[in-house]
Design a protein around this ligand. Sequence first.
Ligand code: SF4
Length: 317
Amino acid sequence: MKCRRCKNNEAEVILRRHNAVFCRDCFLPFFENQVKRAISEHGLFEKHDRIAVCVSGGKDSLVLWDVLLRLGYRADGLYINLGIGEYSRQSQEKVDAFAAAKGLKAIIVDLPGEGMDLPSVTAALRKKECSVCGVIKRHFFNAVPRNRGYTVVATGHNLDDEASRLLGNFLQWNTKYIEKQHPLLKETPSGMMRKVKPLVRLTEYETACYALIRGIDYMLYECPYARGATSMVYKDALNSIEEKIPGTKARFLYGLLAGELSGLGRKMEGAGENAGDTNGLACGSCGEPTYTELCGYCRLRAAVTEKREKRSKGALR
Ligand code: SF4
């Protein structure tokens, strides 16, 4: 089968939802055009913006960093070392190697160095890893870029991620979350950074093809705490529908973004609300926007310190 674009090379990438097949060379411009389209349709950022790309060492975030650099944007990687043993060590290795190959250096947040590695924090507080991880990521993916003068925070969420999130929210009738789901969350006067998802028009498969063609060496293993995540159930369900009815995922998500579903999307007026404006309220410890005296991360840190102090006093008795 010949490539639909050049009509010369053998096709290697089959995209049933676009009724198209591409050779390696022609797939890259297709991929880049989808990213450009997401950026311009949703007004994600401009050429003068400074973009902090949240990288995990996985395929989507490294692909995002790569494609933004290729499109001429000022983009730097931001990695959080969660201290999850071998998984974190290998993930950071992938990030460092990717950056070094481009003559760059990623910004690294080292949680073990602060005594806040995820396993020991969750053990001290007896909390679930993913909920603690969410608090940590929300904090550092806002505070670090803000303090370093970045104007946008970009994440590698793709079409599969967003469609499965939407399905999950519909199945639970979480209308508040549905209304806020958008590839652009605007910055707020209180200091919430603008958050964007430039890969929203591309599937997991398309992102993997791009990584393969570009020779991006990424982390193949999932975080050990990801096992049994409900998002995987929703992804599997959507994949089996997509298999029989190509294009379903895209129609499902884009319908929301176009404001076609029960008027829910219309409330967003072209962008989602960020975590809300805190009317100038800021954390008494770190200065990040928050509704309470201390932000979620500083409360977490205080609780861990208290637990450790109690434990060491108990051990001395
Ligand atoms: Fe964090 Fe791992 Fe949970 Fe993802 S699966 S939220 S990386 S702990």
